[in-house]
Design a protein around this ligand. Structure first.
Ligand code: FES
Length: 145
């Protein structure tokens, strides 16, 4: 049901933890399954993501996608990090079962929320970044329509 890569990131998740004095922190949840994701970003003066960590009350797919998502955004500019979609993360993992696709939205949206927090703290606007949602389930339904 899960690809080897998903299992690897689930069994050995990368970048689990917290960043003290993070440049941005984002927390989102999914009201339907009750899972929560928090992402911490360390962003340097050139607006490059130096480090990213996550903590989750989430299922295996949420763990695997946030592990992969944090790996994919480290070293990227904030603009590039914004473009790392849940679809790109799923592709990098070799796919997810359809019922687990919504789990990948948690990581994507928590990264967006952390970028939003960073932008607010620094008084900047990140082009294309929308205000964070608390419940990613709302986005899921929009996508299904
Ligand atoms: Fe909730 Fe996967 S079931 S994030």
């Amino acid at each position: 049901m899960y690809t080897e890569k998903v299992m690897d990131h689930f069994m050995h998740p990368r970048n689990v933890g917290e960043i003290e004095n993070a440049s941005g922190v984002g927390t989102v949840g999914n009201a339907k399954c009750g899972d929560i994701m928090r992402i911490y970003l360390d962003i340097d003066d050139n607006q490059v993501v130096r480090d990213a960590k996550f903590k989750t009350f989430g299922c295996g797919a949420a763990i695997a996608t946030s592990s992969m998502a944090t790996e994919m955004i480290i070293g990227k500019t904030i603009q590039e990090a914004l473009e790392v979609t849940n679809k790109a993360v799923m592709e990098a993992l070799g796919g997810l079962p359809p019922v687990k696709v919504h789990c990948s939205l948690l990581a994507e949206q928590a990264v967006h929320a952390a970028l939003w927090d960073y932008a607010q703290k620094h008084g900047i606007v990140i082009e294309g970044l929308k205000p964070p949602v608390n419940d990613v389930d709302e986005l899921d339904e929009e996508e299904e329509e």
